[in-house]
Design a protein around this ligand. Structure first.
Ligand SMILES: C[S@@+](CC[C@H](N)C(=O)[O-])C[C@H]1O[C@@H](n2cnc3c(N)ncnc32)[C@H](O)[C@@H]1O
Length: 272
């Protein structure tokens, strides 16, 4: 499935994931927040979108709550590495899916040469993603795990600041959120976590003064969020008659090496 993913994207994510592959212990605080979000959710099938190295989840705990763990990412090596770290029971529960979760990857080269109209880009992306949704079926919980900012940064660096960037970004972000919703069973929850504001902004001071959630809303209102990750935008993409109103469940600071990010968690439940 990686044949249609441009070299640029694959190299990018492989390099990044390789640099954090041994970082399970460094992810402890972030992982604890993600696992708290998973709480006592259980069921037959869990989908993790942007699973990568799986440093941000305890797969052994999740395997006690879900019969099947479906791990999705464009980086096959990261998924394989995460799988190899697990014990035999967890390995048996895991199903690895190497694919693009934005629908735009296979169009990037063509769009660089001839920028698409925004609607045309969204339709093209959704054609790809609806095939993923049909092939994979629905899940008892769907977690999109800090993938949106990577998508935004990759597209910015691939296109530069040109009109095609906007069409591709809108198609990728809205397509990904629609995919996460489409994978969610009636009665089940879709969760989107996203790092959204870097420590180039005063995230610690704001979080201390207002709490992390209000710090995100405050700084995002001033345009500090990575394009495509503003929680109000993502909540609006999750809003539909089929789902409960998206709710911001938690927010925290994620320290990764020398950088730190404000992260939020959004949840919506598909009506039974
Ligand atoms: C910041 S990481 C998330 C952390 C990851 N769950 C972990 O614990 O290592 C974002 C993940 O999204 C994946 N990703 C980025 N763009 C993608 C795309 N278009 N399709 C699928 N996966 C993508 C990357 O390969 C990476 O593993």
């Amino acid at each position: 499935m990686t044949a249609s993913i441009p070299h640029f994207l694959l190299e990018r994510e492989r390099d990044r994931n390789e640099s954090t592959r041994g970082g399970y212990s460094a992810y402890a605080a972030h992982r604890a927040r993600q696992m708290a979000l998973m709480g006592d959710r259980r069921g037959e099938r869990l989908a993790v979108l942007g699973a990568g190295n799986c440093n941000d989840l305890e797969l052994s705990t999740l395997a006690a709550s879900f019969r099947e763990l479906h791990l999705f990412d464009l980086d096959e090596e990261a998924l394989d590495g995460a799988w190899r770290r697990q014990n035999d029971d967890v390995k048996r529960a895991c199903h690895l899916h190497t694919c693009d979760l934005t629908g735009v990857a296979s169009f990037l080269e063509a769009w660089k040469a001839a920028p698409p109209e925004p609607l045309e880009a969204q339709l093209a992306a959704w054609t790809k993603l609806s095939a993923v949704a049909t092939a994979c079926g629905q899940f008892d919980t769907v977690l999109s795990s800090c993938l949106l900012s990577q998508v935004a940064i990759n597209l910015r660096d691939y296109f530069g600041i040109v009109p095609a960037l906007n069409s591709a970004l809108v198609a990728a972000i809205s397509g990904h959120v629609m995919l996460a919703a489409a994978l969610t069973k009636p009665g089940a929850a879709v969760l989107v976590t996203s790092d959204c504001i870097t420590s180039r902004y005063p995230i610690r001071e704001e979080a201390q003064a207002r709490g992390a959630l209000n710090a995100i809303l405050h700084l995002a209102a001033q345009g500090a969020a990575f394009p495509g990750t503003d929680p109000e935008l993502v909540a609006s993409l999750l809003t539909s008659a089929e789902f409960s109103r998206p709710e911001l469940k938690d927010a925290w600071i994620w320290d990764v090496g020398s950088q730190s990010y404000l992260v939020y968690a959004l949840e919506a439940v598909r009506h039974a």
